[in-house]
Structure formats: C-alpha cells, structure tokens
Design a protein around this ligand. Sequence first.
Ligand code: PLP
Length: 480
Amino acid sequence: MDAEEFRRRGKEMIDYVAEYLENVEQRPVYPDLEPGYLRSLIPSEAPLEPESYEDIMKDMERVIMPGITHWHSPYFFAYFPAASSYPAMLADMLSTAIGCIGFSWAASPACTELETVMLDWLGKMLQLPESFIAGTDGQGGGVIQGTASEATLMSLLAARCKAVRRVQTYTSDKSEVEIFSQLVAYTSEQAHSSVERAALIGGVMIRKVPTDSNYAVRGDSLKKMVEEDKAAGLIPFYVCATLGTTPSCAFDQITELGPICNGENMWMHIDAAYAGSAFICPEFRPLLNGIEFADSFNFNPHKWLLVNFDCSAMWVKKRTDIIGAFKMDPLYLKHENQESGLVTDYRHWQIPLGRRFRSLKLWFVFRMYGLQGLQAHIRKQVALAKEFESLVRADKRFEICAEVVLGLVCFRLKGSNELNQNLLKKITNSREIHLVPCQLSGRFVLRFVICARTTESRHIQQAWQHITQLTFELLQEPNH
Ligand code: PLP
C-alpha cells in the first residue's frame, strides 16, 4: 500500500468506523456462536501471495463481526464501560503514525513531557492533593499504565521494596527472601481479583478484610487484622483500598483506613478503576476524601472518561519510591540528560520497557470536551442509572441489592439464586441486551451498568421492558 492508496483507504476506514458506531445498536449485542467458530472460516496458513484490501474488508463482516461482543452498543450493560470517543480515536491514530516507543525522555521528549503535564491536568480536575502533582519540581507525579492491574502490581512491588529496606535498617542480617515471607498485604474481600494476583506475582501473603453491610472496608476491621498479624510475627506492609468495587461499586472508608496505614508504615494504594472518573464532578469528589493519606492512586480514564483503551492513570506521592524499586540502566538506554534532574524516564515507572504515546488521547479529549463536557457525560450516565433504579424499585417482584451511587445498578428478582440465574440465562440467550452477574452476601445478583457513550433513556426503557417480558415468561414456566 503506497501513500496514495493509504489516503483513500484511510478515508474509507473512517466512514466504516463511523457507520459501525452510529449503527451498532442494530447488531445483536452478544454473539451467537460456538467456541472455535473462526478457524473454519479462514485458511489454516497465511497467504503466500498478497491479497486485495477489498477481500480483507469483506471478511470483516463475514468472519469478524459475527464474533464481536459489541461493547459500544447502547444495549451493552455488562462489566464496566470501555470508554470511547471520536477525538480519542483520532489521537490514537496519530499516536500509531508517530509510532515512537517513549521509554525515556530522549526516546521522544514530547511523549514524556505531554504525559506528565496531562496527568497534572487530570490530577487537578480530580482535586488531588498538591503532593501528587509533578509541576516543575514536585516529588510526586503521574504516569499512564496500561491497566489498573499493572498499577496495583507496581504499587505493591514498590511497597515491598520499601518495606524490605526499612526492615533491613534494623535487622541487617535478614535476607530479602526471609523478609518477603513475613510481609502481609491487605485488601477488601470485595476487591478486584487483580489485587490478589499482584500479591501472587509479588510473592507475598494477602489477607482479605471483611466488609460492612455496605460492602465497604472499615478501619476497625483492618486494625484488628493488622494487630493479629503483628502479634503472629508478620510485617503488615501494604493496603489496597477500593473506591468503586467491581461487584457493587462500594467505597472503602479511606478516611478511616488512611491513618491506620500511615501509623503502621503500610503503603496505601487506592484502586478507583471505574469510579475515579466521577471525581471530576464536585458532587462526587467527597468520595475521594482521605486521598491525602494514600501513597498511590489509580483510575482508568479508559473506563469512563471517553478515552479509548488503554489509558490507566496512576499517581504517586513520592516518585523515588517507584523509580528506586525498579531502576535498571544499561548503556543502550542511557541519555545525556538523564542525570540532570529535569527529565522523567517512564521506563522506571512500569513493568515493560516500551510504551505508546497514550497522552495524546488525553490531550485531544480534554481539549475537545473541556471539563464541563466530561462532567456532563458522567452526570448523564449516573442519571440513566437512577432512571433504571426507579424502574426496578417500582416493580415489587424485584429488589435493589446495593446503594446506587454512580452508573451501576445491582438488582435481582426476589427469590432463589436459581431463579435469578435462569433470568440471566434468558437475557443472555435473547442477545438483545447484555449483562453479567455478581455475588453479594451469597446471593446471585444482576449488574446493570450504563456503558456506551450513546446510551439514552429510550435504551434504558427498552432494556427494562425486555427484562420484565422475560421475567413474565420465566414466571409462567412450570417449576420456575
Ligand atoms: N479494579 C477494579 C475495581 C475494577 O473494577 C477492574 C476492572 O473492572 C480492575 C481493577 C481491573 O482493571 P484493568 O482491566 O484496567 O486491569
């Protein structure tokens, strides 16, 4: 493909993308296929001779689209949202074209510098404490990770390194491995599985703290566990609190947990993967009160802030904690400015070496929506969730299972878990809307999340009508 054809195909592709997104609601949101469907539709080996572009695009509809779960359909209400907007897509295209691998400042100064400034912009939108803002001479600052899981892992590894150094200052005869075996991390029993996974990768013990009736971790429960563990000779070193848990969007009480973490020398990381975007609205910002106690904080603009995957924003209070834990400096990666104290080399802040120019997406989205446009997006989606909640509450056969704070509604039919499993099965098989379940207090619960940017009130009304129709059918069945 030469530049001339690229121009032509590029314009066609933009038309294809716009057409796809504007009409995605007409496609079944969830595919109707058996596992392994794709292999039989394409050759078993790569072609020897080049094929035509037209043939490839024809295969998009024949091979690929039937196997897509349409996350951007306004009838998609599963998991948490995957953010998407046209400015972010255009910026991503540009990032691909520039194609730099910005592991150090020298590897593309704009890639590093824009990222630092964008994370400052975003930090200010969230009213993060000054200590998280890089500015020109701050000790903290932000970085874009690929995912919240990576941010959690990075924070846990940095905390592990800090704890080992601290313990070795008073017991220098203890090896690193001996200390690892005594370290213990804490997170909510409602936390995302990525937290437990981080501990598994980091080779440290993790304990799950029980939650209160709102599915939130309270200070007393953490304190009790920490005391027990210290008495047993263990070294508490890390707490991952969640703001907006995956099952029910519950908020751990970070104003209670923070002082305990600070007092016990435990690193406090806050995972707000989904809910974090809402903190740009003053009315939701109080949910972040207590952030001043944290060592690191993370949320995913790629979930709810109109920035396409991948873009997970992480801030640390002390950049030396994270850089000091992972620094490797082979000659081929050195550059003349690295010791000047003026530059950031993001390769020290993450697991991989390579990194895309992801801050371009933030820059385009922030400028084209403005803070007000982004706030309007969050508020609209919260209002849609409230609309769905009212529909559920008005039907006495159903119950709401957790407080609806943002865009997630947890609900179920009053009755057995089996009844609710059967309802979800019917919903999934109908392919008109898509939801996933969760478990709360041993009960099977349906999660309804406002996901697509284009979801409107009519989609909520239709979804509810669909759910009640399937409920009616289910309740007619003998032995339901
Ligand atoms: N933390 C929470 C609270 C989540 O809800 C999720 C995913 O939904 C994650 C972490 C994992 O996110 P990621 O895919 O960015 O690793």
